[in-house]
Design a binder for this molecule. Structure first.
Ligand code: FUL
Length: 485
């Protein structure tokens, strides 16, 4: 008898052991680098446009404005950063140099900088002050260094490219870690160019020797994500309004998308057959302009508009880069801070009580204990539910003790193993049967994060049905549902 128990016992532990060692699903390329996953988790972060344009009431300075006009009386980078922290923004990207060529740090490579402004008698450093404020308040810091330079006499010639590399190197070695480096796509055209006052066009694909630039950044700041129209770290989303398409793959086709690429559809949706991982970043200004203009004080985006953009950026598998035009005093205008903070509070309120927390969903397939359905609701990013190989259609069903009002659903794929889902739907239990939840956008991709908004339903059961996916198995790490009043 005892022997029998021992045999059964060892059989059980053998089976248990087998389950424990079920290997994870094979990763499906293209894959994000670990730093791209960390970057995407930042979700919302700030942009700051500030410089001579602020004092000239312009968007694109010609490159000939006198540095003497740069004289903010109350500049306080801590005020900016406190606003960002209160608005839930996890980092900030500063226009260290915009197209007019004026530098917000005392670079040794040109006189066209704050060194020659009256601000702090030419001894100030906006880049340094902002980097220090970010450190103090615990958010990340990054820079925008415009490739186009309408001030520089050599712009368009090889000499300017060397100058540009020197500036970049200076920034990358003086101010500590940056999380991103932003390369703008607007390049070449008319400008001051040291007095030549003419139009200069460049070959946008080759002039800057981007591969060399990328190597420089990788060697000095290996954790930094490089932004560009075609990446390589993250991509422009093809509009400056702060939204991505609901169908949004984090892939692009290698070498097909380059600075100045004009197929916006591909930037907005990625490419399902892309072979490199370049997730989208949605940039938008809280005001109509990127730079401060007093006549836009009444045109600051409302918390409601920003909330809508959040759902269409972060909720569409992208990040949201929200710009603050710092004013002539050197401060973020009170309306901008109030709206940004109220936006954050609104999002937090809408997504505060996760109705699925701790519920173990009933799933149609499960890869074994390490990949159990409980991983979908355990609040741990790195545990995920997975299906067995060759199972890409599955249902995930949640039952509630009492009917629940629901109007938001948040889904996440475990992207370290790739982005897979290409079609899914949501259903509710109504009149003793499953009925579709009406969602007025495509339910195709999920990616790092997808958030759906829909008319309030009242149901005792909710299920997500996955119809199609790339690769041989499904890997989702999180599902949440909310009722936003
Ligand atoms: C654009 C620039 O031309 C704008 O001035 C702004 O910096 C925006 C973020 O990118 O391409």
């Amino acid at each position: 008898m005892i022997k029998k128990f021992i045999v059964i016992g060892s059989l059980i532990s053998l089976l248990w052991g087998c389950q424990e060692t079920t290997p994870p699903p094979t990763a499906i390329e293209p894959l994000p680098l670990p730093k791209q996953v960390e970057w995407q988790k930042m979700e919302t972060y700030a942009f700051v446009h500030f410089g001579l344009n602020t004092f000239n009431d312009m968007e694109w300075g010609f490159g000939n404005a006198d540095p003497a006009i740069f004289n903010p009386q109350k500049l306080d980078c801590e005020q900016w950063v406190q606003t960002f922290v209160n608005a839930g923004l996890t980092g900030v990207i500063l226009t260290a140099k915009h197209h007019d060529g004026f530098c917000l740090w005392p670079t040794k490579y040109t006189d066209y900088s704050i060194k020659n402004s009256p601000w702090k008698d030419g001894k100030g450093d906006v880049v340094g002050e902002l980097a220090a404020a970010c450190k103090k308040y615990g958010i990340k810091f990054a820079v925008y260094l415009s490739p186009w330079d309408r001030n520089h006499a050599e712009y368009g010639r090889p000499e300017y490219v060397e100058y540009y590399y020197n500036q970049l190197e200076e920034l990358m070695t003086t101010y500590g870690d940056v999380f991103e480096v932003w390369f703008d796509g607007a390049n070449g055209g008319d400008g001051w160019y040291g007095g030549a006052n003419e139009t200069r066009t460049i070959d946008r694909k080759n002039y800057y020797n981007y591969p060399r630039l990328h190597q420089l950044i990788d060697s000095l700041q290996p954790q930094a994500i490089i932004f560009g129209d075609g990446g390589p770290g993250c991509r422009w989303v093809g509009n400056e309004q702060g939204w991505a398409n609901p169908t949004n793959w984090s892939f692009l086709r290698k070498d097909k998308v380059y600075p100045g690429y004009e197929k916006y559809q591909e930037l907005r949706s990625g490419h399902p057959d892309g072979d490199k991982w370049v997730a989208a970043e949605c940039d938008v200004s809280i005001r109509p302009g990127w730079f401060y203009h007093e006549n836009q004080d009444s045109l600051v985006k409302s918390p409601e508009t920003l909330t809508d953009l959040y759902y269409r950026s972060v909720g569409h598998n992208a990040t949201l880069l929200l710009n603050f035009p710092v004013n002539r005093d050197g401060l973020i205008h009170p309306t901008d801070s109030a709206n940004a903070v109220n936006f954050y509070n609104k999002i937090r309120k809408e997504l505060s009580v996760n109705l699925l927390k701790g519920i173990t969903p009933k799933v149609s397939d499960e890869r074994g204990k390490a990949f159990a359905a409980t991983n979908l609701t355990d609040d741990n990013y790195d545990t995920y539910w997975a299906t067995n190989d060759s199972v890409v259609q599955a249902s995930i069903e949640f039952s509630f003790a009492q009917p629940q009002k629901i109007n938001r659903l948040l889904l996440q794929e475990y992207i370290p193993l790739g982005q897979r889902v290409s079609s899914f739907s949501v259903e509710m239990w109504q009149n003793n049967q499953w009925e579709p939840v009406v969602i007025d956008e495509e339910t195709t991709t999920i990616g790092y994060k997808r958030i759906l908004r829909f008319e309030t339903i009242n149901t005792s059961k909710l299920r997500v049905v996955i119809h199609e996916a790339r690769g041989a198995a499904l890997c989702l790490n999180n599902i949440e549902a909310f009722f936003a009043e």
